[in-house]
Design a protein around this ligand. Structure first.
Ligand SMILES: Cc1cc2nc3c(=O)[nH]c(=O)nc-3n(C[C@H](O)[C@H](O)[C@H](O)COP(=O)(O)OP(=O)(O)OC[C@H]3O[C@@H](n4cnc5c(N)ncnc54)[C@H](O)[C@@H]3O)c2cc1C
Length: 408
C-alpha cells in the first residue's frame, strides 16, 4: 500500500466500487461506520463521523472494491495466468443426495462445510443464509450444526454482506471457516495482511466462481409478475432444489411463484449487475483454498441435471481438505478437469479478465478511482493496449461513464 493513492469512503462508494461486503463496517466499528439500506439491496457504508487518516488507511487496505492483491504463489501450485494458482481441478458433488439436490450446483461447498464441522477442523462456518425477515435478502450466519449449514446452501443473487460480523468472529478466538464470493475472500485476505488473527483462526477460505449479483429490482419484477409482495414472503430461493433448480417465492399464505433458471438468464438484459461486478478482476476466487463452479458446456445449462461442481483447488491446504472430505465419504469425485475445460465452462470470466485493464484505463482517464490490482496473471492476459479489442472495451467504458451508468 505504501505510496499508493488513498481513496475516501465517499470516493469508493460514490463511484460504484463498493460491493457492500461489510468488512469496513465490521473492522472500523459502529462508532465510525453505519450503512444505508437501499432499494437495490446493497448495504452501502456511511460515516457516522468523519474518518481519521488512520481509519481511511485501514479502509484502503481492506476494501476489496479498490484493493485486489493476488497472493504469493503456493509452492505446490502451478500458476496459470488466467486461472491463478492450480493444485488440482476435478469434478464431483456432495455424496449425500439430499445435500446435492438442495444446494446450488452439486453441493460441493455445503459438503465441504459439513465435513469440516463433522471432523472438527473448525468450530463453525461463517457464511450466508436467507434473512428470515426479508427472505429475498441474506444475513451472515455462524453455522455450528449440519442443519444450519444445509439451510444456508444455494446461491443468492442479490447483494450480500457476509463479512459484517467478521470482527466479532476474530475477537471470539475460535477456529472457523469462511465461505463467500471471490470479492468477500479478497476482503478477508486483505484483512489478513493487517490482522494476523485471520490466518490464525480462519482454517479455510472457500468460494464460488461468481458472474456478479443483481439489483433487487430484477427479482421484485418477478414478484410483480406472480402478484406477490415482498412483505408477504416466507421464502425466496434463487437457486437450488435441483441443478440449477427454479427461482421461486412462497408467501406465508401458501401462494407461490416460480420460474426456470433458463428463463431468468434468457432475459439477461433485465439483470442489473452492479458496476463493480462488471469490472471485477477476480471473480474466480484467486485467493481461496478451493473455488467451486458450474461445469456446463459453453457456460449454459441445457436443462436440469443432478448437479456437478468443478473444484479449483488452489492451495495445499485445499487439497488436503478435499482429500479428507472424499475419504470421509462427504464428497464424491468423478473426473479430472483441465484449464481448457475452465475456459469452456466460464467464457464470461475469461472475457472479463482479458478486458478489465482497458476498462480501468477509461476510469483513470476520467480521473475516477478504480481497483488496484497486484496480479501477475492479469498482466499477461490483459488485452494489448494497441489492439482493437482494447480500444473497444475502453470506449465502451468511456460511454458508460459519460452516461453515469457506473454509479449503480
Ligand atoms: C452471485 C453469484 C453469481 C454466480 N456466478 C457464477 C458463475 O458465473 N459461474 C459459476 O460457475 N458459478 C457461479 N455461481 C456459483 C454457483 O451458483 C454455485 O454457487 C457454485 O457452483 C457452488 O455450488 P455448490 O452447490 O457447491 O453451493 P452450495 O453447496 O449451495 O453452497 C453455497 C454457499 O455459498 C454461499 N453463498 C450463496 N450465495 C452467496 C452470495 N451471494 N455471497 C456470498 N456467499 C454466498 C452460501 O452461504 C453457501 O455457503 C454464482 C453464485 C452467485 C451467488
Amino acid at each position: 500500500m505504501g505510496g499508493e493513492q488513498s481513496y475516501s469512503l465517499e470516493e469508493i462508494v460514490g463511484n460504484g466500487l463498493c460491493m457492500g461486503c461489510g468488512i469496513c463496517r465490521s473492522v472500523l466499528g459502529p462508532e465510525v461506520l453505519t450503512h444505508t439500506d437501499e432499494d437495490d439491496g446493497l448495504e452501502r457504508p456511511r460515516e457516522v463521523r468523519l474518518m481519521t487518516d488512520a481509519e481511511t488507511q485501514t479502509l484502503n487496505a481492506i476494501c476489496p472494491g479498490i484493493n485486489v492483491s493476488f497472493p504469493d504463489r503456493d509452492p505446490g501450485a502451478e500458476h496459470d495466468a488466467m486461472w491463478g494458482n492450480i493444485v488440482d481441478i476435478v469434478q464431483g458433488f456432495a455424496a449425500d443426495p439430499d445435500v446435492r439436490f438442495r444446494a446450488a450446483t452439486g453441493g460441493a461447498l455445503t459438503a465441504l462445510a459439513l465435513h469440516i464441522l463433522e471432523s472438527g477442523k473448525a468450530d463453525y462456518i461463517v457464511h450466508l443464509a436467507a434473512d428470515p425477515e426479508r427472505p429475498m435478502l441474506s444475513k451472515t450466519q455462524r453455522s455450528f450444526t449440519a442443519d444450519d449449514v444445509i439451510a444456508a446452501s444455494g446461491s443468492r443473487y442479490a447483494a450480500t454482506a457476509p463479512l459484517v460480523d467478521i470482527q466479532s468472529a476474530l475477537d471470539d478466538g475460535r477456529p472457523f471457516v469462511f465461505v463467500g464470493k471471490p470479492c468477500d475472500i479478497t476482503a478477508l485476505s486483505n484483512l489478513a495482511r493487517i490482522d494476523p488473527r485471520v490466518d490464525a483462526l480462519c482454517r479455510y477460505k472457500l468460494t464460488l466462481v461468481c458472474g456478479g449479483f443483481s439489483e433487487l429490482s430484477k427479482f421484485q419484477e418477478l414478484l410483480d409478475e406472480w402478484d406477490l409482495r415482498e412483505a408477504d414472503l416466507a421464502r425466496f430461493s434463487y437457486r437450488g432444489y435441483g441443478c440449477p433448480g427454479p427461482t421461486f417465492a412462497e408467501a406465508r399464505d401458501g401462494r407461490r411463484g416460480e420460474t426456470t433458471y433458463r428463463r431468468l438468464w434468457a432475459e439477461e438484459k433485465s439483470w442489473r449487475n452492479f458496476y463493480r461486478c462488471k469490472i471485477c478482476p477476480d471473480a474466480i476466487g484467486l485467493s481461496a483454498d478451493i473455488a467451486a463452479l458450474d461445469i456446463w458446456d459453453g457456460g449454459t445449462p441445457v436443462g436440469e441435471d443432478e448437479g456437478w461442481n468443478g473444484f479449483i483447488v488452489r492451495t495445499e491446504a485445499g487439497r488436503d481438505l478435499l482429500e479428507d472430505a472424499v475419504a470421509a465419504g462427504a464428497v464424491t469425485l468423478d473426473g479430472e478437469l483441465a484449464i481448457a475445460d475452465l475456459d469452456n465452462f466460464q467464457p464470461h470470466q475469461t472475457k472479463k479478465r482479458h478486458a478489465v485493464r482497458a476498462r480501468y484505463a477509461a476510469m483513470a482517464e476520467a480521473g475516477l478511482p478504480f481497483p488496484r490490482t497486484e496480479d501477475p496473471g492479469l498482466d499477461v492476459v490483459s488485452l494489448a493496449e494497441d489492439s482493437d479489442a482494447y480500444s473497444l472495451e475502453k470506449s465502451g467504458t468511456q460511454e458508460r461513464l459519460s452516461r453515469g451508468n457506473h454509479l449503480r
